[in-house]
Every structure is written in C-alpha cells, then in structure tokens.
Ligand binder design. Sequence first.
Ligand code: BGC
Length: 763
Amino acid sequence: MKKIFFLFCFLMLPVLLTAQTTDFKSLSDEWISQLTLEEKAKLVVGMGMRFPGMPRNDAPVVGQVTDKVAGAAGSTFAVPHLSIPGMVVADGPAGLRISPVRNQDSTKFYYATAFPIATQLASTWDTTLVKAAGKAIGTEVLEYGVDIILMPALNLHRNPLCGRNFEYYSEDPLVSGWMAAAMIKGLQSNGIGTSIKHFAANNQETNRNSIDTIVSERALRELYLRSFEIAVTQAGPWTVMSSYNKINGLYASESHDLLTKVLRDDWHFKGFVMTDWFGGKDPVAQMKAGNDLLMPGRPEQTSAIVKAVNDGTLPLEVLDTNVKRILDVLLQTPAAKNYKYSDNPDLKAHAQIARTTAAEGMVLLKNQDTVLPFKDVKNIALFGNSSYEFVTGGTGSGDVNEAYSIPLEKALGEAGYVLDDSLKKTYTIYMRETKAKLPKPRNFFAPRPPVPQMPPPIEQIGKLSKSADIALITIGRNSGEFADRKPENDFNLEDAEQQLIDAVSAAFHKTGRKVVVVLNIGGVIETASWRDKADAILLAWQPGQEGGYPVSDILTGAVNPSGKLASTFPVDYKDTPSAKNFPGSPPDKPDSVIYEEGIYVGYRYFTTFDVKPAFEFGFGLSYTRFTYSDPVIPETYSDPLPVKITITNSGTTPGKEIVQLYLSAPDGKLEKPAVELRAFAKTKLLQPGESQVITFILCQRDIASFDTQRTAWIAEKGKYRVKIGASSLDIRQEGKFRLPKELIVEELTKSLSPRVAIYELKK
Ligand code: BGC
C-alpha cells in the first residue's frame, strides 16, 4: 500500500525567491547612487502602451525594449548609460498573451499555447499538475523574450456573475492559494517572474476602476487576502499587481495598509508592486503606499513624481526604495542576464500538457445508468452552437493567441465516431449568417457578442432520434474583462437552449436513446431546472486550444474523470449569498459594494445555512468508486497534527480521487462556518482494489480564525471535528480532537479597517 504525505502546514516562512541577494543589492544601490531624479521617476513609471495616440513615458528609441515583444502588455524604462535594461511584461493567465504576428510578416508566427482556464486548473485539485503547466507556460515566457508574466490571477469567486471568474481559481482561499503557489513555482522555475493579481478584493468587473469594496477585516484576512498570503509566503512571486478597486475607502494601489503593512510587514514580501493598467489616481500616494511601478505609465505621472520630490511632498528615500525594489527584481530577469531567447518554444509538447491538464480538470456532474463512457456508440447527433465552435478560453487580457483550436466535432470524428453531416451544415450556416449580423465589439478587448443559440432543428432531431446512437448537446458561454455576466440568458439558459434540451431529450428518450450535455463554460450556470432531462452532464469548462480532444478523451473512457468543483453551483442565482450585494449600489452604476455576507462565501454559506446547492463544492463523479477507511485522528491537538485516511479504489476502473479535509471549529467568541476546507489531496491513479494512505499535516494556522478585536489569528479552545470526504456534503469519515487551551497563533498590525458599520450575516 502506497503512503503519501500532504503537508498543509501553513508556515510563515517567506520563500526568498526574490532578488535579495547581497550581490544584487550592492549593484542596485550603486545604480541608485548614479541615477538622476528624472531617471528614477521614469523607472517607476512604465513605458506606456502601444495604442495609437497614447502618450509614452519617453520618446521611443528604435530597438528599445517595447519593440522587442509585440503584443506584450508593457515594459519598463531602460537606462543605457548605466546598462540598466528594460523588462517586458505580458499577460496570462491561460498562457502567454503576445501578438502572433509582427510587422505584418506572414512567414514567422509567435503563437503561444492556450492552456485550460484557471477555474479548470483548480478543478484538478492537483498542485503537481498545475506546477507542470506553469513550467510549460514559463518556458514560452522565457523563449519569447518576456521577463514577467502577469499571472496567476487569484481573486475569489465571490459571485458567479463576475466576468473574470474564468481567470480565477475558486471560491475558497485555500484552493486558490495553493493552486497559485504551484503555478508560481512552475513559472518561476524558468528564471522568469510572475505578478500575482489583482491584489485585493477585486471580485467584479462592473465599475472596477472606482468601486469601493466595503468589507470586514475578518472576511479580508480569512478569505480575500488569504489566497494571496498563501501564494506570497509559499511561493515568493517576484511581483504583485495591485487592483483597480478601493478597499474600505482607499484605492488598493494607494493603500499603505495593504501594500506595506499587510504585504510587506505581515507577509515579508520582498519583490515590487505594480499597478493594474491605469489603476489608481495619485502617483505620489501610490509611491508612498509601496506601489513601486505605475503601469503602463504616462508622462504626467513621471512629472508629478519629480515635482513632489522637488517640493518635498515625496521624500527621496521613499522613491529610492521604490526604485530599489524594481532594480532588485530586474537583476534576476532574463533581460538583465542577456538571455538569448529562441522565439521557438516547444509548442507541440505544451499542447500535450494542455490536453492532459484539461481532461484532469473536467468534472462529471451526472452519469445516470453509467451512460458514460460511451458503450456501443458509433453515430452521434451533435447539437448546440459550441459543438461546432468550441470556446477555448475567456476574452480580454486573459485571451491567448493560439495557433489553432480543436472543435468537439473534429475530436469526436478523429476518435472514430460518425457525426451527422446535415446537422453540421445546419449549424455552420446558421453560425456564419448570424455572426455576420451581430454588432461589432465595442473595443478590441471587449467580448464578441455571443451567437444566440440556434432554435432546435425539430425535423432533424426527430430523424436523428431514430438513427443516431446518442445525442450530445453542448452549451457554451464566454465572458471576460470589462463586464460582469447577467442572470438572464447567461447564468440561466436562453430560451432556445432550454427548448433544445427539451426537444432533444423528449425525442431521444422516446426512442430509448440517451442524452449527454457538455458544458463548455467559464463560470457557474444554472443547472437545476434542466438536469433531469440529461442522462449525463460533463462540465468541460473552457479547456484551452486542445478543446474537443480532452472532452472526447473523457466521453470515450480514454481518461477517467477526476475533477471536482472548486466553486458551488447554486440551484438559483438568488441563493448566492452575495446576490443582493452584487455588483453594488446603486445597482445600475454602483460606487460601492458591501460584502454583507462576510465570511459566508460559497460552501461556507451553503453548509452553514443549510441551503441545498445544485452541485456542491468539492463534488465530481468518476467512472469508479472509492472507499474511505481507517481514519487516524489524534484526540488532542499537538502541533503539527497528522491526520490519516486510507482511500481504496473499490470499483473496476483505474481512477484518482480528490480527498478533502474539512474542519468544524468550535463556536466560541468567534462564530465559525459549519465546515471549512483545511487540506486536500489527489491520489495517484489507483488500480481497482488498490489503496493509498494519505497523511495530512495540520499546523496552528490551519485551525485558527481571525479575531478582529485582537488583530490576531486565534484557535479557540474546544472540540474540533475533522471531516474527511469526497465533497463538502459527502463526508465519509469523521473524528475529533480537543484543543485544551486557546492558542494565539499570530498577532498582526491593525489594517484596512472599514470606515462604516457593516451589518454582516450571522448564523
Ligand atoms: C487587466 C490586467 C492585465 C492588464 C494588462 C488590465 O486591464 O485588469 O489583468 O494584466 O490589463 O493587460
């Protein structure tokens, strides 16, 4: 029997992957002593963006760093007389975002691999896999001459309608934090940097540049800051990107509490902070807060900084500190090391990684009568727009320019299935003609308006329900930066989608045939009203450029699904605890959003208030079964606390299981959610009958809650129930330990206090 340890001990040991070695220090200090004030002010302001008419921080110099990588998001100022190079930064997070074409040259392309979206990576619950994906993405960053990739993005899924949820991992800070840490380690193992974003509490796109997020210190510390804390302390990202929004009245990029007290004093972050693009208002306040680099950079920001130093409102030491943090990181970059990049990463190898990772992150939501994997299926009737135009990822700065993407019908065809040609023709013509009539996107980032679902082709449905072996319906969604989704026709199905499911289900079930629905979506949708009409539902997410291949791998049984939900699927949008405070008030043009649900986000709410979700956090089916046995849970807490469980594949197909450890902490002075995820692990591929012992290690911080009054992490004395299960509602083994005396785990400085009373949800 194999044994495996999963260390979830949250150690406050900063990972010193940043540029703080003695040699680097002395060189950057030497540079600072030789830089003029103007040069310093230019170093803390990026070089601008390549938009027509957009002023740049400096006159473009031919061959200067901004010309190096077309389509990169920005770059920093170079000082040739001191041999200080510029750095190039480019977007993620589903892969490297650069322009595939340069100077209208049609002989050489600079494509990057589109990996599965972050939500899908989180659904793998596999940090090893995520690290490997990060390593592959990082190779492309390095080989295309980029120094820092603007990822991972790890804001929480506070509300299913956030347009950028696909870029983020989960509703839970532990999953988000550990996924991000794995991703950072993989990326940075290439000697390139990351910028974790968007710090912090940036959970919506509506009025993102000015919205004031009003949130309690406890919710911040336990949820919205926690994922970043894990990423910073466990993986040492080189840089952090501050978010657009305000937190309790102050812009994140102007908040000394956030960027100095929390990030640097509490978490010991050693790198530099950059703004989100055009974020914040006051460059001098940003410098003072510890926001070292203003991106993409505007000349008036440089002038304001020079002026403030000259008139004494910005102490030179503050600016020198900002400059030094940037130079310390710069010294580690490929640019500083004069790395000879190839412009030729191994895209073929990365495509394979994208395919495997995507399959591991797909979640089987329903499998009535084990309709999947396909048995005795040859002819498939393939319905739904996105069966023919698969959505590979979201839109905006998180959209990767990949060389190709694989539609589902192509993948199924290659796997040997026969698809109906006339149906394909009907959909193709409809898509082409409807697309031509749609309005053009508002700007080059804005999502293309979706092609409304084709009304059900009733005649073809009737015919195919007698000739095809099975029906497959794909429901697709896309969203991205600048806009949040809506409950109507997005969270909820469009009428034509409902009608399609109704018509196909009625016709195929009448002839004794099965119906499978594939969800090709980037965020949570409504499923409760229609799920009974499908025999199987596969949540394929937006799986990156390999698109249909990993879906077909699961449908055919080449891969046994092992993904689980990292965010709750509610029955109704209104069941979401933040629904009445999203996107804020006034609702049409909100200037503030109050997080009245407090710590009760996602499953913390659904389990505590006993609200039944459609599919709960942590849920996902497999083609096999697992038993949980022989839990070993010590009776009294000692630090660190080992917890063991044995997982056995009791079915007939090899498979992997995601094992979740939840804690129900005692209510004392602080009330606690019914359950909180404190550790998780994915088994290896277990053969039928094979077992694996998993050992989780819990440290003091893993059992603590944040006490606002004392500004400290506290573990209250009492009985802690340990619940080990296959999902947040499917607990398979339970035990308890006692903590005889309260533990003051960590005392911090008071930061980010709300300026108004928040009437938070209580149990
Ligand atoms: C986005 C960031 C992105 C930046 C640069 C902003 O609009 O919010 O996530 O990194 O643009 O493209």
